[in-house]
Ligand binder design. Structure first.
Ligand SMILES: [Zn+2]
Length: 486
């Protein structure tokens, strides 16, 4: 017994520790940091102002016209980098606080203020960005020869692809300014609703995050009740949701039209540019899901058969493998400690550094998974800017789905971690790349589980996860894509 106690893994906290940044959302240091950011934005605004005029003549500006021009851009870049660290820490602190408690009154107050500051920063930099997008190739090659600016090469070249869609400096600033209380407000409303809406599942009132986890309950009746409860909760908000979706789509169409004066644009072009993929790549991806749709249908049919139903219902998509129910009683029970050990083991097969990293994330309290009330739905990985530390948010309730979500988010965190010595401008990446790291990590865990599986029941459990992925990637995601397109 003594040996057992001694070798038991430490229990990790499932509440993250962000106290090194601020002591709470009411910390007076937040007010001071926000004031610093405002001052720094004012300075940048003044420094970037001369580029408004230069942007109009950008193609004719030669590096010899003003030998100090590159020096000025270098100063702006260095100040922006410092400012981004401060604003990054503030934004991450407030965003993560709101995820664990969507009702935090201080965080709810700070969130729009920080969004406003990000928009103001972006407006401050617009004259310079328009100038850099329009400048001649000669000027840009001189600029990037500067050792302090070389790190911006990728972002500048990427932005310059939009040369013929750019509006005037004042129009660009207007769009960014209006988006804060226009376009982005809908996202805030969604988070607010998703965090506060309550639903009733089998007589119990609960938040949507908890109901979402019940979609992987072993009892079909419970899953059905959670699915219906969630839908009923959202149905009370139909008008707000429809207004939001229509406004976002309307904004996109209007902006595309305004930018299409020189070249015909499709409303998907901007998303593709932001995702750093071509339209041909996007079309190939979607086309492939349609060609392989039958695999998803076969997976769903097989899953339905295994749980003793003639067909799969919407609430069965996240059902656990039927083996769980018989082997382990009512609920699957993979403790957080066991999940971390299992994931670290699988990551070790790629490199022990990755396995150690997973353990470190848990030990340092960088993962928040406790099923607290008023919690946001979903899972994500984010990072603080200074020092560069990742954080994972999810709702961990001991299921196999939770384990794979954790592995997925740890893949994102590892991706962040290995880049921590690169310049921040070199670490901005789109979701298309981000998901490669996370799905890779998830796959390592699936494969390790499959290899370890000794019995047909254990193999079924892993095959079950693959079947669910087939349904998600070949049906759920293409359906959402079609919905948005229409
Ligand atoms: Zn992901």
């Amino acid at each position: 017994m003594i040996m057992q106690t001694a070798t038991r893994p430490n229990t990790y906290s499932l509440l993250w520790d962000n106290s090194q940044f601020f002591t709470g959302t009411d910390d007076p240091k937040i007010t001071a940091a926000v004031e610093d950011v405002k001052d720094a934005i004012a300075i940048l605004t003044t420094q970037c102002q001369p580029f408004t005029l230069l942007a109009e003549l950008a193609e004719d500006v030669s590096p010899d016209d003003d030998t100090d021009l590159i020096g000025k851009i270098r100063t702006i870049h260095q100040q922006r980098t410092e400012l981004n660290k401060k604003l990054g820490n503030l934004s991450t602190y407030i965003y993560t606080a709101l995820s664990t408690n969507t009702q935090d009154p201080h965080a709810s107050t700070w969130k729009p203020i920080l969004q406003q500051l990000s928009a103001e920063l972006s407006q401050a930099l617009t004259p310079l960005n328009v100038f850099l997008t329009r400048a001649s190739e000669v000027f840009i090659s001189h600029l990037l020869a500067d050792p302090a600016l070389a790190e911006t090469a990728f972002l500048i070249h990427h932005q310059r692809q939009l040369k013929d869609q750019l509006l005037s400096v004042s129009e660009e600033q207007l769009i960014t300014g209006l988006a804060t209380n226009g376009l982005h407000t809908w996202g805030n409303l969604y988070s607010e609703l998703a965090g506060t809406l309550k639903c009733t599942v089998q007589g119990e009132t609960m938040g949507l995050a908890k109901a979402a986890n019940l979609l992987s309950h072993p009892e079909s009746a419970t899953r059905k009740a959670a699915w219906k409860g969630t839908r009923a909760a959202w149905e009370t908000q139909q008008s707000a949701v429809a207004a939001g979706l229509n406004a976002i789509t309307g904004w996109r169409l209007e902006e595309t039209e305004k930018r299409a004066a020189q070249r015909k644009l499709h409303y998907l072009d901007k998303s593709c540019h932001q995702s750093r993929i071509s339209r041909a790549t996007l079309d190939a991806l979607i086309e492939t899901t349609y060609q392989q749709r039958e695999i998803g249908q076969r997976a769903l049919t097989a899953m339905a058969k295994a749980i003793g139903q003639p067909q799969a219902h919407p609430w069965d998509l996240m059902a656990p493998a039927p083996t769980q129910k018989e082997a382990k009683g009512d609920t699957e029970n993979i403790s957080f400690e066991a999940a971390i050990a299992l994931i670290a083991d699988a990551f070790n097969r790629l490199t022990p550094e990755m396995g150690d990293f997973a353990i470190m994330m848990a030990k340092k309290g960088w993962i928040d998974g406790a099923p607290t009330p008023n919690r946001a739905t979903g899972a994500y990985c984010t990072k603080f800017s200074d020092p560069r530390e990742p954080r994972i948010f999810m709702t961990y309730e001991n299921t196999m789905n939770n384990v794979l979500t954790l592995a997925h988010e740890l893949g994102h965190a590892w991706h962040n971690w290995v880049m921590r010595d690169l310049a921040p401008t070199q670490c901005r990446y789109p979701m298309t790349l981000a998901e490669t790291a996370s799905i890779f990590a998830e796959t390592l865990v699936r494969e390790a589980l499959m290899e370890k599986a000794a019995t047909p029941e254990q193999k079924l459990e892993i095959a079950w996860q693959d079947a669910q992925s087939a349904a998600v990637f070949l049906h759920n995601i293409p359906a959402r894509f079609e919905f948005e397109k229409r």
